[in-house]
Design a protein around this ligand. Structure first.
Ligand SMILES: [Zn+2]
Length: 287
């Protein structure tokens, strides 16, 4: 079970953290992620959960698209305001390169040329869409740059995924948002702490999100405001897949059945398979 914890420092800095080991392991299993794929996807899932928890309504929804020129291809992650997240990645088995310092080279695998796009659907006529260029492909820096430039929101982001062979050993992230009323001296002290937040993949080893927040921000005037459960959950259903099959057109659908005996649609986000035989297909098009 993964828990997200939020706190407030001196009424002027919002700190949130989330522990995501189980969520990353679920993603590894669904997508058969290579180690570097697990790091990139895990960091993005972690950040999307932290961002989703900022929504006022549980039904609000965000989509993050990281589209770099590296071998992993496009990463798409969706999260709602109720602590659910899911993700898809173009090339989950991209080869893992280890840097001289022993870290996996996530930046090269994602690619340093490309964009980070955030689409927020909060029930308005048009969704909000913000885009910024990737700065390092390491994900956390890319999000920090996005917030500063696209949402004019100064914040700190640190994300980590630690692996033990092909399994996630520990994972999590910390998101620090500075409100406009934050005094300069407090901002300086918070920044100093953020710079020192290293090796995030180890911080969540046998530690909860609250432990991590207190470890770094315990010296401040900190109030823990919320704990909530978060999970990897897909919202695909038969009705949505019906629409996909219908979009093929009757002729194409029948041609697939003639060739393969049935139509099989696999959800990119959770791997669930939906099948349609001739009878089910006829029913769909006769509607
Ligand atoms: Zn699904």
């Amino acid at each position: 079970m993964s828990i997200l914890t939020k706190g407030m420092i001196a009424n002027s800095v919002i700190v949130s953290a989330v522990e995501t080991k189980d969520i990353v392991n679920r993603a590894i299993k669904i997508h058969n992620l290579s180690p570097v794929g697990a790091c990139a996807m895990g960091r993005t899932l972690t950040m999307a959960l932290l961002m989703g928890k900022e929504f006022k309504d549980k039904k609000d929804y965000l989509t993050v698209i990281i589209d770099g020129d590296g071998p992993l291809g496009k990463i798409t992650v969706c999260a709602d305001g109720d602590g659910h997240v899911k993700g898809d990645i173009e090339n989950p088995v991209a080869e893992t390169v280890v840097k001289e310092n022993g870290h996996l080279d996530v930046g090269s695998a994602v690619g340093r040329n490309g964009t980070l796009t955030v689409i927020k659907d909060i029930g308005l006529k048009q969704p909000y869409v913000g885009t910024s260029p990737l700065v390092s492909g390491e994900i956390a820096n890319d999000f920090a740059y996005y917030f500063a430039n696209s949402e004019q929101q100064p914040c700190g982001v640190t994300l980590g995924v630690g692996l033990d062979k092909k399994r996630c050993r520990s994972a999590g992230g910390v998101f620090v948002q500075v409100l406009p009323n934050c005094p300069e001296d407090l901002l300086g002290r918070i920044e100093t702490v953020m710079y020192a937040m290293d090796e995030m993949s180890y911080q969540f080893d046998h530690s909860t999100a609250e432990d991590v927040i207190k470890r770094f921000f315990g010296e401040f005037d900190l109030v823990i405001t919320e704990h909530s459960e978060v999970s990897y959950k897909c919202n695909c259903n038969k009705r949505k897949i019906d629409r996909v099959v219908r979009s093929l057109g009757r002729e194409e659908a029948n041609a697939i059945i003639a060739e393969q005996g049935q139509i099989e649609v696999c959800c990119h986000f959770c791997g669930k398979k939906y099948t349609y035989d001739q009878q089910a297909t006829d029913k769909l098009f006769d509607k």
